[in-house]
Design a protein around this ligand. Structure first.
Ligand SMILES: C=CC1=C(C)c2cc3[nH]c(cc4nc(cc5[nH]c(cc1n2)c(C)c5CCC(=O)O)C(CCC(=O)O)=C4C)c(C)c3C=C
Ligand SMILES: [Fe+2]
Ligand SMILES: [Fe+2]
Length: 361
């Protein structure tokens, strides 16, 4: 257990909100990619293979080849301020804080952490404790739950709590794949894009894939993606031939959830479909998987196969409707704690008042 300062009455009474995203390398270089991929691909919830076998594959093959190839991809999408995933997550955190400052008095502490890399979950949880948080809401920024994303983020939180003597109260948001506000924000984002650029023949809704076997092993991810897709299509009044749910980012040689986005885009290109748009509703911030894999590689695959026009619709990022939704989800999950905070504040105020009155007498 980590040492803690001696306990003092009333020293911890703030509410904290911890947003968690996946994580990204510090730089678009092979040197920075190596430790990032090593940490990521060593997570037992990401790679469910016998440890000894995976150790040889990871250290013998993957870490000797993938860092350079991935770095080249990151270099194509890197922003002047840094990795898009980090830049957008930072902005979302700041905007959520501003919103909660308007809605809740005193406002909660709002921080973000990355499952992989920096800022780590451990570091941010410690910082929140130092800032007086005794109640922490953990909100992974993955709308659809999967063991490899939200589950892994929870592991990061709980393993840090194990090291603490005075553990804060913790609540977690499992998912929000069918939240009405989230669906409407997605739909509004697409409508705004179509108002400016016109409408496609087909909308591909591309979600990050996971190994196919995880579905049979009880992971709800596939069903949650399908439900998000159906609700988004309903909100946009699309018929079943005007949209398709697909899965991207296959890693390794095993079967992953299908249909695969890359294969589907090639087929649509071969069919000489005039225009296809792709939206990625499972990512709330643009990142390597959307900006490189879809907007660059996916576009090339569609056009080379014979398609005419390809549009990538950006993620929610800092869309004001999305920030409101983030605020609403947070607010809902703080129920009870906020009322508790109000009565704690009132008790503190009357204690101070009584002290002052006593001093005047
Ligand atoms: C949206 C949820 C995500 C799930 C589910 C997920 C599962 C998953 N991912 C890999 C392998 C890799 N993913 C990589 C990048 C990456 N993955 C997500 C999200 C989910 N992954 C994001 C947001 C990102 C982008 C990070 C960024 O910096 O922009 C990578 C690293 C990049 C690369 O070299 O390709 C790998 C590897 C597996 C194996 C998996 C489920 C088992
Ligand atoms: Fe991934
Ligand atoms: Fe399903």
């Amino acid at each position: 257990m980590q040492p803690e300062p001696a306990y003092q009455h009333g020293s911890m009474n703030r509410i904290g909100v911890l947003l968690i995203n996946l994580g990204t390398p510090d730089a678009p270089t092979a040197k920075a990619l190596r430790p990032y991929l090593k940490q990521f691909l060593s997570e037992p919830r990401i790679i469910e293979l016998p440890r000894w076998l995976w150790w040889f594959v990871l250290n013998g093959i993957i870490l000797n080849t993938r860092p350079r190839k991935s770095a080249e991809k990151y270099a194509q999408i890197w922003m002047p301020e840094g990795s898009p995933l980090k830049v957008h997550t930072e902005r979302q955190t700041e905007l959520l804080l501003q919103l909660l400052e308007e809605r809740i008095k005193p406002a909660p502490v709002v921080e973000y952490a990355m499952m992989i890399g920096a800022p780590s979950i451990a570091e941010r949880l410690q910082r929140m404790k130092e800032r007086g948080c005794d109640r922490i809401l953990v909100l992974p920024l993955f709308p659809q739950y999967s063991a490899s994303s939200s589950g892994c983020a929870m592991d990061g939180v709980f393993s840090e709590l194990r090291r603490m003597r005075n553990i804060p109260a913790v609540r977690t948001v499992k998912h929000y794949h069918d939240d009405a506000g989230y669906i409407e924000a997605l739909a509004q984002n697409v409508r705004e894009y179509w108002d400016k650029h016109g409408q496609p023949d087909k909308l591909i809704m591309s979600f990050h894939g996971v190994p196919r076997k995880t579905l049979d092993l009880g992971d709800p991810y596939h069903c949650e993606c399908q439900k998000t897709g159906r609700l988004l299509a309903e909100a946009l009044a699309l018929t079943s031939d005007q949209y398709q749910v697909c899965f991207q980012s296959r890693f390794g040689f095993s079967e992953w959830l299908g249909p695969y986005t890359s294969k589907t885009l090639k087929e649509l290109g071969k069919q000489k479909l005039k225009r296809v748009d792709v939206v990625c509703p499972g990512f709330v911030a643009d990142c390597l998987e959307t900006l490189e894999e879809i907007a660059i590689e996916g576009k090339a695959a569609f056009i080379e196969a014979g398609g005419e026009d390809f549009h990538y619709i950006p993620c929610l990022n800092e869309h004001p409707d999305w920030i409101q939704v983030l605020g609403d989800i947070t607010h809902r999950h703080l129920a009870g704690w906020l009322e508790q905070q109000v009565s704690e504040e009132a008790a503190e105020l009357s204690r101070k008042l009584a002290l002052e009155m006593g001093a005047q007498e």
